[in-house]
Design a protein around this ligand. Sequence first.
Ligand SMILES: *[C@@H]1O[C@H](CO)[C@@H](O)[C@H](O)[C@H]1NC(C)=O
Ligand SMILES: *[C@@H]1O[C@H](CO)[C@@H](O)[C@H](O)[C@H]1NC(C)=O
Ligand SMILES: *[C@@H]1O[C@H](CO)[C@@H](O)[C@H](O)[C@H]1NC(C)=O
Ligand SMILES: *[C@@H]1O[C@H](CO)[C@@H](O)[C@H](O)[C@H]1NC(C)=O
Ligand SMILES: *[C@@H]1O[C@H](CO)[C@@H](O)[C@H](O)[C@H]1NC(C)=O
Ligand SMILES: *[C@@H]1O[C@H](CO)[C@@H](O)[C@H](O)[C@H]1NC(C)=O
Length: 274
Amino acid sequence: MASNSVFTATLAMLCLASCISAHNITRLLSNYPEFSIFNSLLSQSKVADEINHRQTITVMAVGNSSAPAFSSLDTDALKKALSIHVILDYFDDAKLAKLAKNTTLLTTLFQSSGVANDRMGFLNYTKRHTDGRLLFGTAQPGAPLSSAFIKVVAVRPYNISVIQVSTAIIPPGLGAKPQEVPIAPPTPPPAVAAPEVGPTPADGLVAESPDESANAPVLSPVADAPISDSPVDSPANSPTRAKSDDADVDNSSARKVVFGAARVFGALVLGALL
Ligand SMILES: *[C@@H]1O[C@H](CO)[C@@H](O)[C@H](O)[C@H]1NC(C)=O
Ligand SMILES: *[C@@H]1O[C@H](CO)[C@@H](O)[C@H](O)[C@H]1NC(C)=O
Ligand SMILES: *[C@@H]1O[C@H](CO)[C@@H](O)[C@H](O)[C@H]1NC(C)=O
Ligand SMILES: *[C@@H]1O[C@H](CO)[C@@H](O)[C@H](O)[C@H]1NC(C)=O
Ligand SMILES: *[C@@H]1O[C@H](CO)[C@@H](O)[C@H](O)[C@H]1NC(C)=O
Ligand SMILES: *[C@@H]1O[C@H](CO)[C@@H](O)[C@H](O)[C@H]1NC(C)=O
């Protein structure tokens, strides 16, 4: 009896931690202005709703400077392309690096739609052995590994992870105009930490929306700062995290804390059961 009610109470507490705030990808990403275009595309296409209904998911976000790759797609293709950026499992950098195989296929939200063909519903994830970089590409045969992991943006272990990748992944078969598909060399670029740093493409793309870039002169250089290995030090993250009402964390030591807390909770539940 007693242990039963303790169990119920523990369940209620767990529910406080998780049930009340199912994730809201729109709200989560709104803390990171760098992804504002990607975020609004998710809402516009309603892919955000599908993300919110999944319990264990990874969103591969692309920064503003890479987002124009989506602009050549019609409504239907846009939804498909965005769905390819949603992996139906939880992956943060640690979990990706620890996958047993150094190349594997990951199932995306697009696959679950049932209309994907030619392996377009899967991502090819490959950990390049020469430099350990984590690369992604559509699993469509012949397509390059065109996108690289940049950093963890926010995680809520083990339900939702948002990671940044260098370029949008748009399978040639989706019907984008060829010149607007991000062209990647046969071997992925040897760029080091932050492929978005290159001033030329970023500037060119930002120039398409002069108003916003004029309004955010401070944000742009900060968001582009090549600090992907130590996101904590990035001033872009600190203020947004402070005002975030999601309990998202974005560095590994913080994740360890969360993980430790989860273990303590697990122990509590076990204790209550015994
Ligand atoms: C997080 O995932 C666990 C197990 O996968 C699930 O029981 C829990 O309800 C999820 N929490 C949320 C907020 O979705
Ligand atoms: C998610 O957050 C956005 C922005 O805060 C809000 O407009 C939207 O209604 C929220 N969606 C849900 C399902 O709560
Ligand atoms: C991203 O683009 C949007 C829309 O163009 C803009 O409002 C926002 O300030 C940009 N964010 C950054 C960090 O450049
Ligand atoms: C992923 O792509 C690489 C390079 O094209 C290829 O060698 C590898 O076999 C692919 N992985 C899978 C699981 O198909
Ligand atoms: C995967 O690992 C094997 C050995 O562990 C290595 O021979 C192979 O080249 C690796 N492949 C890649 C794409 O890194
Ligand atoms: C990571 O974040 C936590 C709290 O969010 C902070 O205490 C810790 O110092 C950060 N890690 C590093 C390496 O700065």
